[in-house]
Structure formats: C-alpha cells, structure tokens
Design a protein around this ligand. Sequence first.
Ligand SMILES: Cc1ncc(COP(=O)(O)O)c(C=O)c1O
Length: 409
Amino acid sequence: MTSFRQSDRLRNVRYDVRGPILTEAMRLEAEGHDVLRLNLGNMHPFGLEARPEIVDAVAAGLAPAQAYSDSRGIPEAREAVAEHYRRCGIDDVSADDVFLGNGVSELITLTLQALVNPGDEILVPAPDYPTWTGAVNLTGGVPVHYLADEANGWNPSIEDIESKVTPRTRALVMINPNNPTGAVYSEETVRGIADIARRHDLILLSDEIYEELVFGDARHHHAARTAGDDVLCLTFGGLSKAYRVCGYRAGWVVATGPLHRAADLLEGVTLLSNMRVCPNVSGQYAIPVALGAGAPGSPLPADIVDPDGSLERRLALTADALNAIPGVTCVPPRGALYCFPRIDREMFGVADDEAFVLDLLHTEHILVTHGTGFNWPEPDHFRIVCLPDEHVLTRAVASIGDYLARRRR
Ligand SMILES: Cc1ncc(COP(=O)(O)O)c(C=O)c1O
C-alpha cells in the first residue's frame, strides 16, 4: 500500500517550540498531570491581558470584518502602521509600503517565497526564531547561520556575518530584540549589520516584533532608520507581544529604502498576498487603536507594554535564579520574554538537549524548549519563557535546580 508522504521540501523544516516535546506534554496532561508550560511566548494564558480598547475595537469590527479586505489589509490599519514608523523617525513610510498578515509568521514565509530561488543563501542568526530557518529551507534556499556571541551579551559578530557573505547571498536576517536570547542590539551593532547589507547589496530582513519590550537602559534601534535610504529593509512587526493579542494574528511587514529598485520583488509579495486573499480581517481592527494612531493624547506604546514593570522583574528574577544554580549561566536578557541559559554539558552529562528537556518534562512537569530547536549548534542551552507570576517562576527555576542537582549526582 502507498503511504502518503509529505513533500521533500519539508525535510529540513522544524518548529520545535511546538514539536514532539509539546506532544509529550499534552499526553502527560491528558493523563491528569499539571504541566507548567514555559515553551510559548503567549501572553494571555499567563493573565497578561490587552488594553480593553483593543478588544473593543475588534468586537466593533466584527460586522464589517465579514467581507474580504484589500489583500494587503484595511487602509486604516496600514496607515496606523505607517504612522507608527514615522513617529519612530523613519520618514517617508506610507500605507502603500505596508503589507498586513496573519502574524509575522505568515509574512516571513510569504516574503521568503517571493524572494528566494533554490540555492540562494540567506544569512540567519544562530540561535534564531526557528520560523526563519524553516521558511528559508521551505523555499529551497540555504540558511547560512552567523553566530550570536554569548560572551558579548549575545550580540552577533559583524566580522563573522561578513565572512559568510558569498555571491549567492540575497538577504540578511536580524532579530532585534532577540528571541531566544533577549539581546537588544546596540546602535553600533545595528549600524554594522546595515553596513554589510549596503556593501554587499543585500536585503535586510529585520524582525522587530519585540521592539517595545526593552528594559532597563536598553534602547531599540530600528534597522530601517539606521540603514537609511540606500538599503532595502523589510521590517516585520505586530501586535502579538507588547500588545498582548497573539491570537488576533495581526502582523505587518513594511518596505523602506530604495523602493524603486524593489518594484519586482514587491510585485511578488503583492501576488502572494493576493493569493492568500487577505489576512483575517477582524484582527486588523486592533491595529489602529493599539498603535494609538489618530487619537490625540493616546498613550505611546512604551507606556502600555509593561505598565507595572512586572515583565522586567520576571526576566531579572529568572536570570538571577538560573545564575545561582551551579553549572548554569544565563546572560541577563535586556528585552523580549525569554531567558536562554547555558548548562554545563559535562557536569550534567547532556549529550542531546532534546532528551534533556524531555527528561525535565517527565520528572518535573516543566516544559521548556531545547536550544538546538533554535538552531543553536551545541546541545547546551534551553529557552524558558518568563511570563508566569514571580512565585511560579521562582518555584519553576527551583525545580530545575533540584533536577540538575540530581543529575549531577
Ligand atoms: C522573533 C519572532 N518573530 C516572529 C514571531 C511570530 O509572531 P506572530 O505572532 O506575529 O506570528 C515570534 C513569536 O514568538 C517571534 O518570537
């Protein structure tokens, strides 16, 4: 009998954040175990709610949302996105440069499908948000990983990136603030990356979905602003994180720079946007109110993303508690929602980090994600989501510490 098989293009496509370990966690839950899920940056299950105006705007939009919209999204939402970037100092952005999508996730795949020919190389950070590597593989392109340097606050080395450019390189992906490391790149780093794109005529694909989630003295620098007029930059953003509405699937990609040279590519992005007809329309109604466009005196995003400083505290507390475990080190995150600690492989006898997180799940009922799931080359890291209440996080890290102490013995 024939077995019906998936396409060969999926051979190198992985998304372990929702992979086999989650399936095992769900099996344990079905058996009646309580599993603490620290695998997804999903705000609402942790009691982190959106501003009520955002929810109300979507509710009020449900009637008109019965219709398909323009394939790029409703004009008022695209204008709100353009206005957001103009406010951030990226002049000249207009609603025509904005494509809305069902979250950044859809737009990553769509954009890479429009851009990449088989064999084209795309520079992607390691570790990365794995949709990037997966989507490059899906198109038949080749993800070429450049390393983020843990010893330098997880900033990528500009020299390492440049050494990996070849005649086949088409684009350079940066994720800033970074998932999974929590790094927020300095202006110098962003400029260095933009300069490489300029020197080698690469497209800068800048995933800035965590742009408002920066803490302490960290500052976010938009790649599009730093790169200026002569680098084609596609900036990805959305409402899933700072605005806490992951489920509305409201994301965008914005094209800036020498657009006259990008007409053919953008025609391709438009074609693929037309083929998926339009993004979910109801979620788009969240965008104008979330970004505060057109409402004089409405709060700037920075005022609403971490109103009581609780996210910042949760990240700091988790990093401190991890660093207190012998054999574990964690670069304190400066942005986003995660810690990405290193474990001493020899001390804990870890040969396979997926097996390690599976064992942690079985013994402690805590679900985290192994570092190789983020295309980190060594099996010596894991990612923990820092969204629960402080006492839950404290208990979770204590359980991880107990588990590791037992592994040591
Ligand atoms: C760096 C990064 N990019 C994109 C996404 C996808 O976001 P969206 O909900 O907009 O699809 C995530 C989600 O966690 C992410 O961490």
